[in-house]
Design a protein around this ligand. Structure first.
Ligand SMILES: NC(=O)c1ccc[n+]([C@@H]2O[C@H](COP(=O)([O-])OP(=O)(O)OC[C@H]3O[C@@H](n4cnc5c(N)ncnc54)[C@H](O)[C@@H]3O)[C@@H](O)[C@H]2O)c1
Length: 348
């Protein structure tokens, strides 16, 4: 299958390696607004400069391809995705689908109109420990889920596009966790409340800390607390998880999945570490393999736009919620007057 990769800097290297390592993939074009980034990839991977193009338009005119892989910053996802779909290619893009819900809607419509597959790479799903948690839920080991807590606290000194985003954590990072919530629990979110803020020491321009509460389709609540400017490194990239159901709890911390069995009441009867599911491929290699196999068989690939829209809608729902957050004064003026002795308590 013939691929054009758009965006080969930063994380683009992961896709360059994935495409090189997959025997069914052939890179026929590379596009980047930065010629040095393409030169570096060519030198390191033995590609000819003739496959490098400054724009996708020129690449599409010059080479025949089946799939475009878009690894540009989120604000630059929509244009190449829509252009490639319009030219008849299938598309894989990095997460998040885009930097606004309006762009995501336009991309979904473009895929439908072109009758092409558009897949958003949600590589965090494709790891043995995440599969182990999803397997436990599917097998009913914790019964019906009632509450979930995820804590993601990591101090990361990102520069580049993330430093300037309005909500860097929610838009560029939490999409992984929100997609994992759906993957692991098998539940979609129906509503959201939340807050976002930026601690004084943060180097990010936008709010990089959040506390978000989702109500899921079975009325369970998912409490998500995260920060990219934590004063320390308190978890791995998946965050720390506690998924509680009627029969027990699944915990995840730094690569270790634990099942606490609580058949009755609140006491843990048995606790055991659960091994990761063995996967032949993980991360981007898994995504690429799944896309190639699905397209060859004429099947729908995993995390295509029609699935991913439910995850990205959690992101932009959360952004809307934190913008419109309603604050209740803890000490209202009447209570303050009472404390100060200026009024007496009224009977209610
Ligand atoms: N899945 C993951 O774990 C993971 C990790 C890191 C980044 N990402 C995602 O990968 C994407 C890229 O992030 P990054 O860290 O590589 O960013 P980056 O800024 O380091 O690199 C982006 C590259 O795209 C190029 N570019 C920018 N606009 C372009 C355009 N219009 N056309 C062609 N090329 C263009 C830039 O010159 C640069 O080489 C983002 O969506 C990000 O969220 C995913």
């Amino acid at each position: 299958m013939r691929f054009i990769q758009v965006g080969v800097g930063g994380f683009g290297g992961t896709w360059v390696r994935a495409l090189k390592n997959n025997r069914q993939a052939k890179v026929v074009g590379m596009v980047d607004v930065n010629p040095q980034a393409m030169q570096k990839v060519c030198e390191e991977n033995g590609y000819d400069a003739s496959i490098c193009f400054p724009t996708l338009k020129q690449a599409l005119k010059s080479v025949e391809a089946d799939v475009a892989v878009v690894v540009t910053p989120p604000v630059h996802h929509r244009a190449p995705v829509v252009e490639a779909l319009g030219a008849g290619l299938h598309v894989i893009s990095e997460k998040p689908m885009a930097e606004s819900m309006a762009d995501c809607k336009a991309m979904l419509c473009a895929a439908r109109k072109a009758k092409r597959h558009y897949v958003v790479s949600q590589n965090y799903r494709y790891a043995g420990d995440m599969y182990a948690m999803a397997d436990l839920v599917k097998k009913g080991r914790i019964g019906e889920i009632g509450q979930v807590k995820i804590d993601f606290y990591k101090g990361v000194g990102f520069g580049g596009f993330r430093a300037d985003m309005a909500y860097p954590l929610l838009v560029d990072m939490s999409i992984h966790h929100f997609d994992l919530i759906r993957f692991i629990t098998g539940l979609d979110a129906v509503s959201v409340r939340g807050q976002a803020w930026n601690p004084k020491w943060s180097h990010f321009k936008g709010d990089c800390s959040s506390s978000i509460c989702f109500t899921m389709e079975n009325d369970a609540r998912v409490l998500y607390n995260g920060s990219w400017c934590a004063k320390g490194d308190y978890c791995d990239w998946n965050g720390n998880w506690q998924i509680e159901g009627s029969k027990g709890t699944i915990r995840y911390e730094k690569g270790v999945v634990t099942l606490d069995q609580v058949p009755k009441g609140y006491g843990v009867k048995k606790s055991a570490v659960v091994p990761p599911r063995k996967l032949r491929r993980i991360g981007q290699d898994y995504v690429l393999d799944n896309v190639i196999k699905s397209l060859s068989k004429g099947e729908r690939p995993l995390t295509d736009v029609y699935d991913n829209i439910y995850s990205v809608a959690m992101v932009f729902g959360a952004v809307k919620a934190v913008k419109g957050e309603r604050r209740i004064k803890v000490i209202d003026p009447a209570l303050q007057q009472l404390i100060d002795g200026k009024t007496a308590a009224r009977r209610t």
